[in-house]
Write a protein that binds this ligand. Sequence first.
Ligand SMILES: CC(=O)N[C@@H]([C@@H](O)[C@H](O)[C@H](O)CO)[C@@H](O)CC(=O)C(=O)O
Length: 307
Amino acid sequence: MAPAVNNKLTGLVAATFTPFTTQGEINLSEIGPYIDYLKEKQGVNSIFVNGTTGESMSLSVAERRDLAEEWCRKAKGKMDQVIVHVGCMSLKDSQELARHAAQIGADGIAVISPSFFKPSTADALRTFLHEVSSVAPNLPFFYYHIPSVTGVNILARDILEDVWELIPSFKGVKFSGSDLMDFGQCVSYCQTHWSVLYGVDEQLLAALVMGADGAVGSTYNYLGCHASELMSAFEKGNIVQARTIQFKMQELLSYAKKLGFDLGVNKQLMNELSGLCLGPPRLPVMQCPMSEALTIAKKYRSLFTEC
Ligand SMILES: CC(=O)N[C@@H]([C@@H](O)[C@H](O)[C@H](O)CO)[C@@H](O)CC(=O)C(=O)O
């Protein structure tokens, strides 16, 4: 990746899991060791918290505040950037979390589209994003595009149209979609100080070719060092090496998907590979049987050497 200019967010960003106790309460005590693991074992220097992987929509606003605060506190001096996802179904809740993120020293906020009452047009979504950003006007703002989860199929490029007029703090897009034409259009429209970050880990190389500044994803929790190697190989023009790593990532994920890979499986896999105690997911996501995570971990170990 190009070096960071004006704190531009680049490189690899881990979308963190939310640690829970076995009783299903948030477990703040695991956040410090988690950050150390990401930095020391995976070489990951930025995190995206309370996102999809972090089960944000299954958390209360109070829990999200406590988690965001602890992530920011423990990341100080260790992580380059902590981006806090503050999107909620309710505008008021999103604004509360955005204000709170500004108070606790987050490096940026991201907002997903509401998905129960869905915006019917790009303008409706842009207005929602504007209203959230306006309560934290000095905080870098990212639009979080993830149509497969929200069911909101508005092109990300349409959200970007003259967006700086509406959201002066706008700093980029976290694009977790597989429409590479829309992605390319975002890259080509972007200002140089914005970041376009890709979020479909199994297609990272394609996004780098298209001009991604970096990547945010769940698998970088345990594939961080390998994805970094992929990025360096790409930067050096070694496409064969970059492709080899991407193909291994794809082999792991396609194997896992055949076994029913979802957030529950992903979290259990992370527990197994990292040795951290991140606990089970929260309902309605089901906990995955240990045997399934062990089978996928075995596949992981057959494909990748330890970082
Ligand atoms: C739908 C979904 O969860 N996508 C993941 C990916 O990292 C995904 O887990 C990975 O590409 C494997 O399919 C991320 O884009 C989500 C993410 O960044 C987040 O947790 O906010």
